[in-house]
Design a protein around this ligand. Sequence first.
Ligand code: 6R9
Length: 566
Amino acid sequence: MGNIGSYEEKYKNFNWKISEQELEYGKDGMYNLAYYCCDRICEKGNGEKLAFLWEGFKGEEKKFTYQDLSVYSNVFAKYLQDLGLKPEDRICLFMERIPELFISFLGVLKMGGIVQPLFSAFGEDALFTRLEDAGTKAIFTTRKHVRKIRRIRDKLPDLAKVIVVNAGDKPLEKDEVAFSMEDAPKPENFELYKANPEAPSVLHYTSGTTGKPKGAQHVHASIIAQYITAKWALDISPDDIYWCTADPGWVTGTSYGIIGPWSNGTTQVILDSGFSSAKWYQFIEKHKITVWYTAPTAIRLLMKDGTDAVKKHDLSCLRHLISVGEPLNAEAVIWSKEAFGKPFYDSYWQTETGAIVITNYPGMEIKPGSMGKPFPGIKAIVVDQKTFEPITTPGTVGLIALQPGWPAMFRTYWNNKEMYDSKFKKGWYICGDRSSIDDEGYFWFVGRDDDVINTGGHLVGPFEIESALLEHEAIVESAAVGKPDPVNMEVVKAFVALKPGFKPDADLELSIINFIRKKLSPLAMPQEIEFVKSLPKTRSGKIMRRLLRAKEWGEEIGDTSTLEDD
Ligand code: 6R9
């Protein structure tokens, strides 16, 4: 761990300028983050270095050097300009994990666009909500997903262009254009958009308890935090082979699947394939992966297959393992030591924070089950849930609160400044998670402070599911809550009341589950439907999800004084 030095010393002497200086951020007036992810690496003489190796689900491979990254991101940028797209236009990426997904991300930023990555697994409703809210101007997709866009196109007046990558031979429809990265003309020189550090860059949608998903809007200067956290917390260097298992539809897949590793000049590997422990271990062994960033759900799946599956492979290449997205159980840390000879390090952050804010810093003693301590430059405390005053007694649970001002912090929610403002109390940014801090400054995660469901590291908003459920012909009322699950931590359970004339049976349950899978995504799909006569509500008519949730978790129900009488 050559990168980092002692935590205490780094924390004490930290200044974000350290990162800016290493990056030479702002030299010759250049603040566009895409430049620092490829062109600068080439200018430093590392253009021939491998930026990424991609492996598809059939085992096919493609390789791209930093020079390729630089050239092809220019191809995307020029193409978008020629289509008439302008700086600050929202341009959505809606593709499976093909090389074009990663390269177009930089391409959009190079022409000044705001890049809006979305999971390709999203169904038409989930897609529509996010494109409508962002007023998205253009969308990159593949043949496989273009149908979903066609079904909602009429309702999206701002969506001028649908760009189909690898379109094949079948004819396209009006305002759809076929695009091939390899065949498109390569501009000799592309003049990057002169973004200022505060210019909008990435728009990531994330779910809340109420209302539609919110677009957390980031700026180009976020790279100052993403670069240094990737270097110090993930402990990557240009000599590493790094694997981030996250999809860029999730912030982990952009902050640490694109910006962090590439601004550090690291080689990364990308696997566009589903999960299987044998496949993952083969992948690590074959590419001699040294740093691995993944999520607790995946670790739990690996644990299920046992250490025997690990021992079939030579995984001695692995040097550092980090986890994100959900609480990392103490058992997973202990198991990982047994299986890989190394613990998983935890890292805590959010779409809104843009970069890691609390982590088990390399070299620091890990307390299994704790998330670690604030990253240098981050002041994190817990505050009282009602008064928002700092809690000073170790071990007392409060809300995680951060002092605003780190470079990767979101700057607003798109079209929703009011919601953004509501996240700040007494000068602190309130993350919406509960935790305690022990007498040595370690954070112990307790749970979320809202009804958002964390399933396998993906945040799913109950409101979006409930709204979609109401579109089903049989349903009159609905509530969605998280229910405990040994692998995914939580899965979605839906409570539904039926319209007269509908029978609560297995066929109807299946029909409802499939309905949500298609409309929203497999992630939001309920694993269980419970048919009820009516839902518990407050006197003001709000569904008491807390009550339904407590039942699922076998918890105390708590104060029910606001509950509506039957
Ligand atoms: C990066 C990311 C954020 C929410 C966050 C919290 C949960 C993330 C965690 C964790 C326990 C960790 N979360 N990391 N909970 N331990 N190490 O996950 O962003 O999708 O916005 O989710 O995820 O609840 O508030 P995002």
